[in-house]
Design a protein around this ligand. Structure first.
Ligand code: ADP
Ligand code: ASP
Ligand code: MG
Length: 420
């Protein structure tokens, strides 16, 4: 019988220095000694990606996107080679591959490319030859119409996506994401000290948490897991402790209606004051933003007065300078009174599949924020989520207040019952 195939992914903090890399190598060796074939996906060491971005920023405000991807991809090249060497040092045959060498192709969108295909011939051959295959995460080669194979990166946190995509393509028996916390919690454990670890979370809820800023899993990774039916295990690389399963949750109906909170600081708010209240204005504002790849998130247009209205929306904070540059001429053209921006805002969301058919959750959320003295600037909802925009300096207060208001630290009834 063929050995079971395990995909393991190690994040940056798990690979931050030589000691940690050696520890990761020992963990890989342990799995191999248990008889598994392994494909290991690695992130860049520690804060390497941020450091590379800072290097580029030291040269220019607007680095060329192709060159930036070439630069960022080197972070994962480094760590892949070092993990491979650490395995050699303990007698485990291993080989490191770049995303391209691993057969990963993407579309041509630098900085947030999507995986288009994986041809795992080389990976399979190396496994066949008895090697542990270390794949540099977060990258691929674009197979553009011009047939120029360019290095692309998959967006921040993209190694998660590399791992889940490989697990799906190789039909792996397990897909394990090792990180610096034990799994998925009811809120970011860095902010809420008594956040509770979940044993299981459904794809839909995890996708929404990721989308709303829970950085523990990249959104695209959860989507790929869902579409390809890959159960994703999130677990600690520092201790042997049970992790969290991201999978179809059979007990979703019996769980807490609010499963978790997510927050996001990468938000800026733009307000166009006294927008002419006539057809076509919103399209004139949002089309050029879309054309430049800027993701507009929440949009609020107020009731018009005297033929004018205010239009507010949020975008990723890192795109604010670019958005202002795009909008300035339009604002003048369309005759707005002014454009104001606020980059000191943040987003906090409650997420749970049960919210959709339970009235009163919005009221409870807003009430708890009011009691904590937190002013709500914008609100948006989906079937399984309620999101508010607040001042960034109120973020931690808000997250803690909501965690308490929804009693997220208390074990769920189904789990308490299962534990006896
Ligand atoms: P890695 O380097 O392993 O990819 P990340 O920093 O990308 O790790 O993600 C792990 C971090 O995600 C944790 O340290 C934690 O602070 C943060 N996080 C945010 N929300 C959650 C959550 N709901 N559950 C667990 N971790 C979370
Ligand atoms: N190194 C990349 C980042 O920091 C990708 C990853 O860690 O998943 O975003
Ligand atoms: Mg990550």
């Amino acid at each position: 019988m063929a050995a079971q195939l395990v995909v393991q992914k190690f994040g940056g903090s798990s690979l931050a220095d030589a000691d940690r890399i050696r520890r990761v190598a020992r963990r890989i060796a342990r799995e191999r000694n248990a008889g598994s074939a392994l494909v290991v996906v690695v992130s860049a060491m520690g804060d390497t990606t941020d450091e590379l971005l800072a290097l580029a920023a030291g040269i220019t405000d607007e680095p060329d996107s192709r060159e930036l991807d070439m630069l960022l991809a080197t972070g994962e090249h480094q760590s892949a080679t070092l993990v491979s060497m650490a395995l050699h040092a303990i007698g485990v045959p291993a080989i490191s591959l770049t995303g391209g060498q691993a057969g990963i192709t993407t579309d041509g969108t630098y900085g947030r490319a999507r995986i288009a295909d994986i041809q795992p011939t080389r990976i399979r051959a190396e496994i066949e030859g008895g090697k542990v295959v270390i794949v540099a995460g977060f990258q691929g080669l674009s197979a553009s119409a011009a047939a120029q194979h360019e290095t692309t990166t998959l967006g921040r946190g993209g190694s998660d996506t590399t791992a889940v995509a490989l697990a799906a393509r190789l039909d792996a028996n397990r897909c394990q994401i090792f990180t610096d916390v034990r799994g998925i919690y009811t809120a970011d454990p860095r902010i809420v000290k008594n956040a509770r670890q979940l044993t299981i979370i459904g794809y839909e809820e995890m996708l929404e948490l990721a989308h709303q800023g829970a950085q523990v899993m990249q959104t695209r990774a959860v989507e790929l897991g869902w579409v390809n039916d890959v159960t994703i295990e999130v677990l600690s690389s520092f201790e042997d402790a049970p992790g969290t399963l991201i999978t179809e949750d059979p007990l979703v109906e019996q769980r807490n209606k609010v499963r978790g909170l997510a927050h996001d600081r990468n938000v800026a708010k733009i307000t166009l004051v006294e927008v002419p209240d006539q057809p076509g204005v919103a399209a004139r504002v949002f089309k050029p933003l879309a054309a430049e790849g800027i993701n507009v998130d929440m949009i609020v247009q107020n009731v018009g007065h005297h033929g004018a209205t205010d239009l507010s929306f949020t975008i990723p904070r890192v795109e604010l300078a670019k958005a202002k540059r795009i909008l300035e001429p339009i604002v003048r053209d369309l005759g707005f009174r002014e454009m104001t921006t606020d980059s000191a805002v943040a987003k906090v969301s409650i997420v749970g599949a049960g919210i959709q058919n339970a009235p009163g959750y919005a009221a409870r959320m807003f009430g708890s924020l009011a009691d904590a003295g937190v002013n709500i600037e914008m609100i948006s909802t989906s079937e399984i989520r309620i999101t508010t925009i607040i001042a960034e300096d109120a973020l931690e207060t808000a997250v803690r207040a909501l965690h308490e208001a929804f009693e997220l630290e208390r074990p769920e009834a189904v789990e308490a019952a299962a534990a006896g």
